[in-house]
Design a protein around this ligand. Structure first.
Ligand SMILES: Cc1ncc(COP(=O)(O)O)c(C=O)c1O
Length: 382
């Protein structure tokens, strides 16, 4: 067995002015939300994503919760969510009173399956959540075609993985009524914990600011439109501290080298793994020609779950921080509790059992990638 040093699954690293900006934010005296770094980071994001408004939040989960509140869900309302996603893609809507209908994913992109969504649609559905798994756009045209038959059903993009990816030339995150981003430390661009709500319909902006400002019209007050501010609506404390926005801006300014580095790593993994895929029976990510991916991760689909579990254990015993991913939501305890009805998601179950993610971060050298893939190939060949 080849012994290799510990290689973590993820390692966030400052690449630009993060530490300088952090110091500036602390010294400036404006550490709460809504400061100068927030302004610069959200303007940059609005430009890149084509959003009308970008609100920085403490997490993607918070941005999803804002979307749920903005939908004004009523008792009996449901939201369709892929079963193969993170818990809070569904939980955010449950907290706002909805029941969930879980949809299956497509086997190639691992994005929500529009054909299954079409089968699941009924009068109770208020929104469909699309996740661009691994930063590869899901079938947005297919989803739009389904939703065209259902007036008033919102598309919400949980774009935690896909910042700077695109679908037919338009940025991921620009298709939904709302889209959400994550800047958690596992994401391409990070400030430790953070997120953003992208608002793509100007009609939502005014109420979004009230929810964002803890249910008050504080923004109107700040703009001089009213002489005092007061409680207006539901809401919460969603705003990201300007200290974290400073780190975020430092990262965002380096988006080109970050994305280039991730692309190089992805391509290197692919060139090392592709020649062995047929012989060893594993599959690599597929990016349809009309999409540009965001290079969020490198996953493989191994032949079956026992092989995946065995290979994962072997890699870990050799210090390679490989890992699995989402446990299907539709069959989890929470999923069963909050689902409107049980649905079948066979592709999700199959993929969740076979998927293995390899370490993917900018601290990995080309040699590391070679050592990791050699360990994977050897483990699969045994
Ligand atoms: C698809 C998806 N949505 C939402 C989240 C939650 O992000 P955050 O940790 O920023 O709340 C994650 C976390 O990894 C995710 O993978």
């Amino acid at each position: 067995m080849t012994e290799i040093g510990p290689i973590p699954f993820n390692r966030p690293a400052p690449v630009g002015n993060e530490l300088t900006y952090l110091r500036n934010a602390v010294e400036s005296g404006h550490m709460s939300a809504g400061g100068p770094f927030t302004e610069r980071a959200s303007s940059l994001l609005a430009l890149e994503t084509h959003a009308f408004e970008v609100l920085l939040t403490t997490s993607c989960t918070d941005a999803l919760e804002m979307s749920a509140l903005l939908l004004d869900l009523q008792p009996g309302d449901t939201v369709i969510v892929p079963s193969f996603t993170f818990v809070t893609s569904a939980l955010a809507f449950v907290r706002a009173g909805a029941q969930i209908i879980f949809a299956d994913i497509e086997p190639l992109t691992l994005g929500i399956d529009p054909a299954h969504v079409a089968e699941l649609m009924d009068e109770s559905v208020r929104a469909v959540v699309a996740v661009h798994y691994a930063g590869v756009g899901c079938d947005l045209e297919g989803l739009q075609a389904v939703l065209a038959d259902w007036d008033g059903v919102a598309l919400i993009e949980d774009n935690a993985h896909g910042l700077f990816g695109s679908y037919r030339g338009s940025p991921l995150g620009s298709f939904g009524r709302f889209s959400t981003l994550s800047f958690h430390e596992t994401k391409n661009i990070t400030c430790g914990e953070g997120g953003a709500l992208l608002i793509n319909d100007p009609a939502d902006i005014e109420r979004a600011h009230i929810l964002y400002h803890k249910g008050t019209n504080r923004r109107s007050f700040m703009l001089g439109e009213v002489d005092k501010y007061s409680w207006q609506d539901v809401g919460s404390s969603f705003g990201l501290s300007d200290v974290l926005a400073a780190i975020l801006l430092g990262q965002l300014e380096q988006r080109e080298p970050i994305m280039r580095g991730r692309q190089e790593l992805f391509d290197r993994y692919l060139s090392l793994l592709e020649p062995h895929a047929g012989r060893l029976g594993f599959a690599l990510p597929v990016v349809p020609h009309d999409r540009a991916q965001a290079y969020h991760m490198l996953y493989t689909l191994l032949p079956d779950q026992p092989t995946r579990d065995r290979v994962l254990a072997e890699l870990r015993s050799q210090g390679v921080g490989a890992t699995f991913h989402y446990v299907p939501l539709h069959s989890s305890a929470g999923g069963r509790k909050f689902a409107k009805r049980q649905t079948e998601c066979p592709v999700t179950e199959d993929v969740a059992g076979r998927l293995l993610r390899l370490p993917f971060h900018l601290s990995l050298s080309p040699d590391d990638a070679e050592r990791i893939t050699t360990a994977l190939i050897n483990a699969l060949g045994r």
